[in-house]
Design a protein around this ligand. Structure first.
Ligand code: SF4
Length: 403
C-alpha cells in the first residue's frame, strides 16, 4: 500500500509574473480549483488509508497568493472537517513574494503556513529572469514582501535559482542574504524540464562552477556564525553522508503516490510533481485519473502507472548498479531523467551531477580535511553535530576551491 507523504495542489495555474525559466505551460489561465474538487481530493486521500501520521500539503504550480487568504481559510476548515483523528496536516506555500501584504502575514501566522519565497539574489541577478509580463524586474516587489515577513515575524525560507552568473558571485549572494536578514536558504539550478532547455546546463564548466560556488558560500557562512541557520543543499548532504551505516536512503519521487499532485481541474499524477503538466511521445501525459470521477485507490491499477513505475524503477536499478552516489541519492528525480535523457530508464543527468554528486563531494572533501583526534575515532554523532563548527574554525574550505 502506498504511503502518501506530500500532496502538491495547484490552486490556480495563474502566475502574476512571467519568469524566463518557468516550465508551467498554463500560467496565463485564471482557472481556480473548486471547493468540490478539494473536498473530493481530501475525502479520497483520507479514505485511502495511505496517509499515516502526517501529510504535508504544498500549494504550488502557479502563484498561490493570487487567490485571497479567505480562499485558503475556507479550504483549510473543509480539510480539517474531513481529517481523521490522529492525522496532522501541515500547509506551505511556494510564492514569488510580490503579493505579500499585512492580510497575508495575518493569515500565515494564524494558520501556521510554511512559506518559501523565490528570490534569485540582489536586484541585478534577480531581475535577469524574474520578470513581469511586460518585461520589468520584480525585485522591488519581492524584497518588499520579504521585508514585511521579517517585520511581522513570519518564518520563511528563500529559494534562489543559480544561473551561471550567480555561480560566479558567492560573496555577493551571501552578503545579500545577510543584509536582508534572510537566514534559511535553498538553492535550485535552472533545470531542463518539459520544453524548457536550461542555459545553465549548457555551460561547459557548470559542475566546477557549482562546486566552487557552494564551497565558497559554505565557507563564508561558517566564518559568520549565526547569520545563516540553514543551507538546504549542504545540510541535506551532511545528513545523507553521515547517516547511520545501514540506513536506506528513501526516495519519495520514485515511489507511487508518496508524492501526489493534483492540478486545478482535479487531474492526479505522482512521482515528480512537474510531470503533472508534461506530455511525452511514449507516455502521452502522466495523468492517472481525475479526482472528480475516479476513486483514488483505483488509480493504482492504471496501466500508465504500471508503465511509469516499471521504467522509473528500472532507472533506479541502473543507478544502484552504476552510480557510486546511489547510497546518498536513491536514484534521482524521474522528471530530470526524462527531460534530459529522454527516458526514465537512465542514470546520470546534469541536474544530479550538480545537486547530488558535487555537493556530496564537497561534504566528503570537508570531512577529509578534519583532523582525527588522538584519543580515538570521532563518533558519528559528534561528527554530524560539529562538522560545520570544525570547518568554520579551520577555514578548511578556503584553499581547495582556489577562491
Ligand atoms: S546521483 Fe544521478 S546517477 Fe547517481 S544515483 Fe542519483 S540520479 Fe542516479
Amino acid at each position: 500500500m502506498p504511503v502518501m507523504e506530500l500532496l502538491v495542489i495547484q490552486p490556480t495555474p495563474f502566475c502574476n509574473i512571467n519568469c524566463s525559466y518557468c516550465y508551467l505551460p498554463d500560467r496565463r489561465s485564471k482557472a481556480v480549483v473548486s471547493k468540490e474538487t478539494l473536498s473530493n481530493l481530501f475525502s479520497e486521500v483520507f479514505a485511502s488509508g495511505w496517509v499515516h501520521d502526517c501529510l504535508s500539503v504544498v500549494w504550488h504550480a502557479g502563484e498561490p497568493m493570487v487567490l485571497p487568504p479567505g480562499f485558503y481559510r475556507d479550504a483549510f476548515r473543509a480539510i480539517d472537517a474531513l481529517k481523521p483523528t490522529g492525522v496532522s496536516v501541515s500547509h506551505s506555500f511556494q510564492t514569488n513574494g510580490t503579493l505579500i501584504d499585512d492580510a497575508w502575514c495575518d493569515f500565515l501566522v494564524e494558520e501556521e503556513v510554511g512559506v518559501g519565497v523565490s528570490i534569485d539574489g540582489p536586484r541585478h541577478l534577480h531581475d535577469r529572469n524574474r520578470l513581469t509580463r511586460s518585461g520589468h524586474g520584480t525585485f522591488d516587489r519581492t524584497i518588499a514582501g520579504i521585508r514585511l515577513l521579517r517585520r511581522r515575524g513570519v518564518p520563511f525560507h528563500v529559494i534562489s535559482v543559480l544561473s551561471s552568473l550567480t555561480m560566479k558571485s558567492p560573496a555577493e549572494m551571501f552578503d545579500f542574504y545577510v543584509s536582508e536578514g534572510i537566514e534559511e536558504v535553498c538553492f535550485n539550478v535552472e533545470e531542463s524540464e518539459g520544453s524548457h532547455v536550461s542555459s545553465t546546463f549548457a555551460q561547459g564548466d557548470v559542475e566546477a562552477s557549482y562546486y566552487r560556488f557552494m564551497s565558497e558560500f559554505w565557507r563564508l557562512s561558517a566564518a559568520a556564525p549565526g547569520k545563516l541557520t540553514f543551507i538546504r543543499e549542504i545540510d541535506h548532504a551532511i545528513r545523507q553522508v553521515l547517516r547511520p551505516k545501514d540506513a536506506v536512503t528513501a526516495n519519495q519521487l520514485t515511489e507511487p503516490f508518496a508524492v501526489t499532485s493534483m492540478d486545478v481541474a482535479g487531474n492526479i499524477s505522482t512521482f515528480s510533481p512537474e510531470l503533472l503538466g508534461l506530455k511525452n511521445l511514449k507516455y502521452g501525459d502522466f495523468l492517472l485519473g481525475n479526482i472528480n470521477t475516479d476513486r483514488l485507490v483505483d488509480l493504482l491499477e492504471r496501466p500508465n502507472l504500471a508503465n511509469m513505475s516499471r521504467d522509473i524503477h528500472a532507472g533506479v536499478e541502473l543507478c544502484r548498479q552504476n552510480c557510486q552516489y546511489f547510497s546518498v541519492c536513491g536514484g534521482g528525480e524521474p522528471v530530470n531523467k526524462l527531460s534530459e535523457n529522454g527516458t526514465f530508464v537512465s542514470t546520470e543527468t546534469a541536474y544530479c551531477r550538480l545537486t547530488r554528486m558535487r555537493v556530496t563531494d564537497l561534504v566528503l572533501d570537508a570531512i577529509d580535511r578534519l583532523p582525527v583526534s588522538g584519543s580515538g575515532a570521532i563518533s558519528l554523532g559528534d561528527l554530524a553535530g560539529d562538522l560545520r563548527d570544525q570547518v568554520r574554525r579551520q577555514g578548511a574550505l578556503a584553499s581547495p576551491c582556489g577562491m
